[in-house]
Design a protein around this ligand. Sequence first.
Ligand code: SF4
Length: 343
Amino acid sequence: MILSSYLLDVYDRCPRRFAFERTHESRTISPLGLLYKAVEGSLVAADPAQGSRDAIMEVTARLDVAAGDHLSPISAVRHVDAMAEVIALALRARLGKAKPVEPVRVGCHEWQSGLFDFHGSLHRIILASHLDDDSLRSFAHAWQTIGELAALERPITLTAVLVGAQRGGRRHSHWSKGFLHPIQRSLRFGRRRGGADGFTEGWKECWREQSNIKADVWLERMRNDDVLDDLIVSRRVGYSGSDERMRQARADLVQIAPLMETAVDPMSLPMRRSSCDELGKTACPWQAVCFAAKPTEPEDLPHLFQSRGMLREDLISKMCQGRISEHRPSSPDARTRPHPLDA
Ligand code: SF4
């Protein structure tokens, strides 16, 4: 069977969701999911900004963006595009160009890594609203870290890009928002060391997508204002083959994989209600089926879901052989739709 940290994470959270996603996919993607695809596309492209734009075009050609109530879908895409371009340039300047990690065997299974290889150093790229002790521990304990360590048997680095909280449909951070001088129209983000005090009332808030400031200029201003280093945080996680946590993770993989293979009939599997609306994550996209007042199947909601035409693992297998391309989310909340009760 094809295993990945994403699939294990989904199965852990809700076997029913895992079963849905074997045969169907949501027709929508969240702005965060789109941002992940843009940033990941930029990491392996010759031109990071172009890679980011290409990834956005590829995804939005297939999926609708669940923009929410505050922005139109096109405005949400422009916002993600503008932010991703700057993040792409910053990551490339810091880490260089990445290549995907080759699949490895784990027992009789094939492990598809979600990491990126920067000159021999493996990085897990995380887009987080903020980073504190709780979120860092959560990232470190997740399948996306423990599973990758156990499968690849190599140390990895967690690289978190802090993209700010989402309010009013937009991410509030220096990647996306700055201040313009009332007269000179110069862009600033914060006090410069030894410089003038912060901002007077005359400084105007400026969203990058509403300005004509190029991404490299925007990034240079962030660097000049000393706000860049705090927004990309890396933590190395070592690997030791004798570590009990690795032994446990490998044992879990072997135990869980057959259970995943038997998860084929979603509606026969119990709901995991604590996973439907996890705090800090977008609502599970399958709520329209699970919370429907009448018996409902994904086929009954063709405007929300589409069939993959084959089992997901077969699709990934063909994709790996270069015969087909498929959009794969990086995290369980990468695809989403508004909560039915909010609609
Ligand atoms: S809505 Fe809840 S029960 Fe249904 S698939 Fe999603 S997480 Fe599982």
